[in-house]
Design a protein around this ligand. Structure first.
Ligand code: DGP
Length: 114
């Protein structure tokens, strides 16, 4: 898999405001926040998108979901509620080809998304 902005953040080559780090993933603040709280949760493993994950990644995907909820708790947006989004491939609006979950909160979300 080619280097991406996120692989460079994981390698410490470019800075990020990291709010969570463990053996399997990190979470950091989105550079272009779409809500008062906007975090990105990414695996350390180089997976291009949700559509590129395999059955071998099932436990990792579960862990990432737990971290989304823990980060929401940490950011104090869990009680009011929050949204988790995985833009996937072209029609999903994915720009960075490294799996990531957006955690958005601090305001009421609209539905449907654009
Ligand atoms: P997506 O469109 O789903 O691939 O979302 C990519 C997100 O990554 C987008 O919301 C902006 C964010 N982003 C892009 N480059 C950087 C960066 O260098 N640092 C941080 N913190 N976020 C970035």
């Amino acid at each position: 898999m080619a280097d991406t902005i996120f692989s460079k953040i994981l390698a410490g080559e470019i800075p990020a405001d990291i709010v969570w780090s463990d053996e399997f993933c990190i979470a950091f603040r989105d550079i272009n926040p779409q809500a008062p709280a906007h975090l990105l949760v990414i695996p350390r493993k180089a997976i291009v998108s949700l559509a590129d994950a395999s059955d071998d990644d099932t436990a990792l995907l579960g862990h990432l979901m737990r971290v989304c909820a823990k980060v929401a708790e940490q950011e104090k947006i869990a009680d009011a509620g929050f949204r988790v989004v995985a833009n996937t491939r072209t029609d999903g609006g994915q720009d960075v080809p490294h799996l990531h979950f957006h955690v958005l909160g601090g305001r009421a979300m609209k539905w449907p998304p654009g």
